[in-house]
Ligand binder design. Structure first.
Ligand code: NAP
Length: 259
């Protein structure tokens, strides 16, 4: 049994849907007060209102683009104003448009890197003084298996951003340690989320068949890992990455699964 997270102030970027919404709900169910962040004002407001109703902790919305420094500063201000500080930052927002290198414009590359990687740096830098102040600050970054472990055509920019996050985490862990802040990453496999809605049924079925545990993940699977990294009991873990993928990256060949 882990110590309570009740009353902690938690920021979850990309918290309006998918994995981020699952993370926000898990923290709020533990009695934490959560600021969820996304660009779409209406959607993030509705998700916050819903979670605020159904969960133990308070949930507030902030409409911001995590790739923009001024927006990130406002996001941090909002969380501090609402809940008196910041204990946990979940840098989760991300985009994964698919485009092969041959068709990729510099703007496509820059947009993905800004949303997925520059945002990680911006959010950590802006939240750092508050995470230090609370004396037990936690940063939890949503990376991926795509990039650090695997590759897939059309996702070279995405893969680079997700591998980049892990590089950032390892050095940030050393810099943040004297401030009493830990930083760790979660590497989800294929998780059913709104972001995967465009993928065909055939692709999703093939994916599930190629996973030793025979199903795609759900947001709750990732949220459980986030709660663990935020727990008092994880205080001595920093700079690490946890793969949560149902064993997807383990088989040497597809034949290995049903051998
Ligand atoms: P999703 O369902 O598409 O949700 C993405 C969230 O991020 C939304 O709340 C979105 O809201 C927000 N967002 C996107 N760009 C943003 C920006 N510039 N500023 C602020 N918020 C922004 O995606 P997901 O599947 O839950 O993915 C969440 C994270 O998990 C991502 O980092 C992704 O790379 C990672 N991941 C996902 C999977 C998977 O299988 N689903 C696997 C590995 C890793 P707005 O669009 O309104 O801004």
């Amino acid at each position: 049994m882990f110590s309570s997270l009740a009353g902690r102030s938690v920021i979850v970027t990309g918290g309006s849907k998918g994995i981020g919404k699952g993370i926000a709900k898990a923290f709020a169910n533990e009695g934490a007060n959560v600021t969820i962040v996304a660009r779409s004002g209406a959607e993030v407001a509705k998700t916050a209102a819903d979670l605020d109703q159904e969960c133990l902790g308070k949930v507030r919305a902030c409409s911001a683009d995590v790739g923009q420094e001024a927006d990130v500063a406002r996001m941090v201000e909002n969380a501090v104003d609402a809940f008196g500080g910041i204990d946990v930052l979940c840098a989760n927002a991300g985009v994964f448009p698919q485009k092969k290198i041959v068709d990729m414009a510099v703007a496509d590359w820059d947009r993905v890197l800004a949303t997925n990687l520059r945002s990680t740096f911006l959010c950590v830098k802006a939240a750092m003084p508050h995470l230090q102040k609370c004396g037990r600050g936690r940063v939890i970054v949503t990376s991926s298996i795509t990039g650090p472990v695997t590759g897939y055509p059309g996702w070279s920019h995405y893969a680079a951003s997700k591998a980049g996050q892990l590089g950032f985490v390892r050095t940030a862990a050393i810099e943040l340690a004297p401030m009493g802040i830990t930083i760790n990453a979660i590497q989800p496999g294929n998780i059913m989320s709104d972001g995967l809605a465009d993928l065909s049924d055939a692709y999703l079925k093939t994916m599930a068949a190629s996973i030793p545990l025979k199903r795609l993940g759900v947001a709750k699977d990732i949220a459980a890992a986030a709660l663990f990294f935020a727990a008092e009991e994880a205080a001595y873990i920093t700079g690490q990455a946890l793969v949560v993928d149902g064993g997807q990256t383990l088989p040497e060949t597809l034949e290995a699964i049903d051998a």
